[in-house]
Design a binder for this molecule. Structure first.
Ligand code: BTN
Length: 327
């Protein structure tokens, strides 16, 4: 259950002050018991709310909710029709894919982006779940149409990683690295992930969905479920309005996508190799059942990883490849 009343309670509590059940009940025109149900719904979406007898409910950490108008204002350039903010969705990637299937983006310029405060079915790569608690991170998906078709998208996920890391550097985050093909790391732990999907392939052009999740301040209830070393922006020491983070990332992503569309990944090789945190280190490359061990030598002009084994260099491409530091 998430409706206009739940939204009203969320907006009222966002600043982090105590709100009693009675006050909230009066505000929403419902009973205290009914307020309790909405509070439960917010907790189920991952919002960290606690209650104190005699004082009421309070968020463990205040949040600034995402606002379409604020993100558009920060971006300037009259692009508000290209940004949408939802509170709860299944997955922003699925939402964009549905719009493509229904033909809603046929006449839209590339770059239409949907942010969500929470995802109930957030997806990661390789069928993993992407934990998406309410208000704790950034979850968004961007649509992009490639008129030259799928071949023009080689290396796209790497270019998106570059956009994210450059945006985060602008926001003051240091010690970032990229892990091929598309993870953003902070001090060796995963800070952000990218899920790129293809939808509605026509004969020539293709529609791409670029999904991005960036950990901002994950609640303990969620961190216990994550099965790999992770980081969030709170640990980096930056504490910014998520609208500012969203707008900065979107600006970098739009610039990168425009360059990528015109010049492909070859325009980004040097930028990638500067932030690749595995260049020059021993790696294991897993391709299906195969493991290739060698030294990472960075990426080629198509975004393939170059691995040196027994003095010979070979380049590998493809979505099923993963990379690990050797023990
Ligand atoms: C990964 O496994 O590293 C990729 C994670 C991608 C998560 C984002 S959150 C927004 C978008 N919607 C989804 O369901 N997934 C992506």
């Amino acid at each position: 259950m998430f409706n206009a009343t739940t939204q009203k309670i969320l907006s009222t509590m966002a600043a982090g002050q105590f709100c009693s059940g009675e006050e909230l009940g009066q505000l929403c025109g419902i009973s205290r018991a009914a307020i309790g149900k909405h509070i439960q719904a917010l907790q189920q979406l991952g919002l960290d709310i606690y209650s104190v007898t005699g004082k009421g409910y309070r968020l463990a950490t205040p949040i600034t909710l995402l606002q379409q108008g604020e993100i558009s204002r920060l971006l300037g350039d009259n692009i508000e029709h290209q940004v949408a903010v939802e509170t709860v969705v299944g997955s922003t990637n699925e939402l964009i894919k549905d719009k493509i299937k229904q033909g809603e983006l046929i006449s839209a310029a590339s770059g239409y982006t949907v942010f969500a405060e929470a995802q109930t079915a957030g997806r990661g790569r390789r069928g993993r779940t992407w934990a998406s608690p309410l208000g704790a991170s950034l979850y968004f998906s961007m649509h992009w149409r490639f008129e030259q078709g799928i071949s023009a998208t080689m290396g796209l996920s790497l270019a998106v990683g570059i956009a994210l890391s450059e945006a985060l550097v602008e926001l003051g985050v240091n010690e970032l690295g990229l892990k091929w093909p598309n993870d953003v790391y902070y001090q060796g732990r995963k800070l952000a992930g990218i899920l790129i999907e293809l939808e509605g392939q026509g004969s020539d052009s293709c529609d791409i969905v670029i999904g991005v999740g960036i950990n901002v301040q994950l609640p303990d209830s969620v961190t216990e479920q994550i099965d790999q070393p992770f980081a969030d922006l709170a640990q980096t020491g930056i504490n910014l309005d998520r609208n500012v983070i969203a707008a900065t990332i979107l600006r970098h992503l739009m610039q990168v996508m425009n360059t990528f569309e015109q010049r492909g990944f070859s325009a980004f090789v040097e930028r990638w190799n500067v932030v690749d945190c595995f260049v020059g280190t021993p790696v294991n490359l897993l391709i299906g059942q195969r493991t290739i061990s060698g030294i990472s030598r960075g990426v080629d002009a198509q975004g393939g990883i170059v691995v040196e084994s027994d003095g010979e260099q070979q380049t590998y491409y493809g979505g099923e490849i993963s990379l690990r530091k050797q023990q």
